[in-house]
Design a protein around this ligand. Structure first.
Ligand SMILES: Nc1ncnc2c1ncn2[C@@H]1O[C@H](COP(=O)(O)OP(=O)(O)OP(=O)(O)O)[C@@H](O)[C@H]1O
Ligand SMILES: [Mg+2]
Length: 91
């Protein structure tokens, strides 16, 4: 997840990581993920259309999701195009 936040961030932007009670939030400022792609980013080998030029196999988030499922944690991703992406994990 941290790899994604760095890889997909606009240059010279910050990454925000917050842990509050049972919620971990990781936010970066980037092109974001289109609404049509959002439901699929946790699938193996899925890369959003606007990010296909970036290196990677589309595996990171599917591995994270598998671990979250094993731990019975919830993971959600929200994005606003050309603004930000936020990954939220609830323990
Ligand atoms: N923080 C983010 N900002 C913008 N897009 C993101 C972000 N995190 C994930 N994505 C989008 O979700 C897709 C899936 O992410 P995932 O980590 O599974 O694959 P990847 O980063 O392309 O490759 P890999 O993790 O295997 O190196 C990415 O290709 C990208 O389009
Ligand atoms: Mg990745």
């Amino acid at each position: 997840m941290i790899d994604n936040t760095i890889k997909y961030s606009y240059t010279n932007t910050k990454i925000e990581i917050a842990l509050k009670l049972n919620t971990l939030t990781i936010k970066n400022y980037s092109e974001g993920i289109n609404k049509k792609d959002l439901p699929f980013v946790f699938e193996q080998y899925y890369k959003a259309d606007n990010n296909k030029k970036q290196e990677g196999y589309g595996l990171g988030l599917s591995i994270v999701k598998t671990i979250m499922d094993i731990c019975d944690f919830e993971i959600d991703i929200k994005s606003k195009i050309n603004k930000y992406t936020t990954v939220i994990i609830s323990f």
